[in-house]
Design a protein. Structure first.
Lengths: 374, 163
């Protein structure tokens, strides 16, 4: 039982171990780089300069932070549920970590290419909600509890538009294998055919990552950090690592699924270096968009958040699935998809605009109370 | 929706601008002449002695009582063969910078323009390990003006009223 890793024939178990070690190492380095990048870019959005004293251009700031976090005392509240509390960071971290397995980084550069890679990714990446709820429940803290519940509600709501927009991609590609999906975009990336699905996917990933403006589970001003309240030191840093690792994973997935991955344009004709540049540029654009949105848009209220997913994103992505189905069954030209997608995008913009502009409607009981008070 | 688009554009235009941050300990912005750090005493270069006669005006006016002034007969006075017209001169002077609140009252009450607010960076960067080190004696108070380090700015009487 031998497997080949970088051209060497090694034992299957050793191979698995080596690949896992590779993920951990690369992911940690990338997460540190992303933290540095986020601080630098966010600083520029606020006309600051960001970290600059630790190492050249402040590059070692993340390392210094990591050392500080590891050195801190690992506290646990007296009343906390010990098992739930201590295991929660792993439940947040490991599913994200597992998501790496099926990602196509470059042509034939991946951990393990699965036949149902997209399905596997969706299944695995949504498990980390268990960790959030565990952290909220186990901390024995009301804020953490509220934060954990919010995380669960938000993740369940936004999982649907996320998955439905990925379903359209799978329908177009006719495969759940991420390699096939990427190579199906050799001529036209799917973002050109499915602009609506891409935007819905982007918004849903923001919610999945608990990124602003969907960061209500960890909103410092409302629930003082949500499930993180009672965590410190290395456990807290695992949450942090998970957050940035999921940012990286989703950026790579977006690049692969919507932006043409390593394949578009002419990716397969040139070498791995060109593909690396392509992937870096595409996922970099996604990451920059996430940071940009974070710097610009304030946090939503929980009812706005839920109704945005259920009333706007979900119906639109269902319509998108329907349209793709029609196009496939009746073999309409692909341009029809683009037109429909742009139309859907305009509908999304207009509906969102109307939702933003409409005044807040109170529930019935509150409305009568207010009218009595006046 | 227009609001969201506008906010995105605002942040993007900010992103394109240069940061306003200055690398402070390595870069010192030039201070204005009227910058108000802690008070210090001025040196009369013509006669080569302090302007201060130890008249206690500032000590009495100081709202936080951070000053201690002692006066003595001027050994350099004309009556004893010197070249100074000051009959009395400052003997010892302490200002507790830890108490001073930089209100500028001492500068305003001084009859001889002998005290001024430090308008250099030395007046701001005063961190010490012990609070006692912030009590400045006469020599410390005079040294900056004696060495010509302070930028001249003599308060003009009634300037505030002229505006």
């Amino acid at each position: 039982m031998n497997n080949s890793l970088f051209g060497f024939e090694i034992n299957v178990w050793l191979d698995a171990l080596a690949r896992l070690g590779l993920i951990v190492g690369v992911m940690t380095v990338v997460a540190m780089g992303l933290i540095y990048g986020e601080r630098k870019i966010l600083a520029r959005f606020q006309q600051r300069v960001g970290p600059q004293k630790t190492g050249p251009f402040g590059l070692l700031q993340s390392v210094a932070d990591a050392v500080k976090l590891v050195g801190k005392e690992d506290l646990r509240p007296n009343a906390a549920d010990p098992w739930t509390f201590e295991l929660a960071p792993y439940f947040v971290f490991i599913p994200i970590f597992l998501g790496f397995v099926s990602l196509p980084f470059l042509l034939d550069v991946n951990i393990r290419l699965l036949e149902l890679g997209l399905l596997y990714f969706i299944a695995v990446s949504s498990v980390n909600i268990v960790g959030w709820v565990m952290a909220g429940w186990g901390s024995d803290n009301r804020y953490a509890m509220i934060g954990g519940m919010r995380a669960a509600a938000q993740a369940i709501s936004y999982e649907l538009p996320l998955v439905l927009s990925l379903v359209t991609v799978a329908m177009l590609a006719g495969s759940l294998n991420l390699k096939d999906i990427v190579e199906g975009q050799a001529n036209v990336p799917y973002v050109a055919l499915l602009p609506l699905a891409f935007v819905v996917f982007f918004i849903s990933t923001l919610a999945e990552m608990n990124r602003p403006p969907f960061d209500i589970p960890i909103g410092e001003s409302e629930v003082v950090g949500g499930p993180f309240v009672e965590y410190s030191g290395i456990r807290w840093s695992m949450f942090m690592l998970g957050e940035y690792a999921s940012l990286w994973i989703l950026s790579v997935l977006t690049a692969a699924v919507f932006l043409g991955g390593y394949s578009w344009p002419f990716g397969e004709d040139f070498g791995k270096g060109y593909q690396l540049v392509l992937m870096a540029a595409k996922s970099g654009i996604f990451i920059f968009l996430v940071f940009w949105v974070r710097a610009s848009i304030p946090r939503l209220r929980i009812d706005q958040l839920m109704s945005y997913s259920w009333k706007i994103l979900l119906p639109l992505s269902l319509v998108q699935v329907l349209v793709v189905g029609f196009v496939q069954v009746y073999e309409l030209p692909d341009a029809f998809l683009t037109v429909a997608g742009v139309g859907g995008l305009l509908a999304l913009v207009s509906i969102t605009g109307r939702a933003v502009a409409s005044s807040r409607r109170l529930p019935g009981a509150a409305r009568t109370m207010r009218s009595e008070a006046v | 929706m227009r609001g969201i688009a506008k906010s995105l554009m605002v942040t993007l235009s900010t992103f394109a601008r240069k940061p306003v941050t200055r690398d402070y300990p390595n870069y010192h912005r030039e201070l204005p002449e009227r910058d108000r750090a802690f008070p210090l005493l001025l040196w009369d270069k013509e006669v080569d002695e302090p302007f201060c006669t130890g008249c206690h005006a500032c000590e009495r006016a100081c709202p936080v009582e951070c000053m201690t002034v002692l006066m003595k007969d001027n050994p350099n006075h004309k009556s004893t063969g010197g070249n100074s017209s000051r009959r009395k001169i400052i003997d010892k002077f302490w200002i507790d910078y830890a108490r001073c609140m930089r209100c500028n009252v001492c500068v305003e009450v001084c009859n001889f323009d002998a005290i001024a607010m430090n308008n250099t960076w030395q007046g701001h960067e005063l961190s010490v390990h012990d609070r006692k080190d912030l009590v400045m004696d006469l020599q410390q108070l005079l040294s900056l003006s004696h060495g010509g380090g302070i930028k001249e700015w003599v308060p003009v009487v009634g300037q505030a009223n002229e505006q």
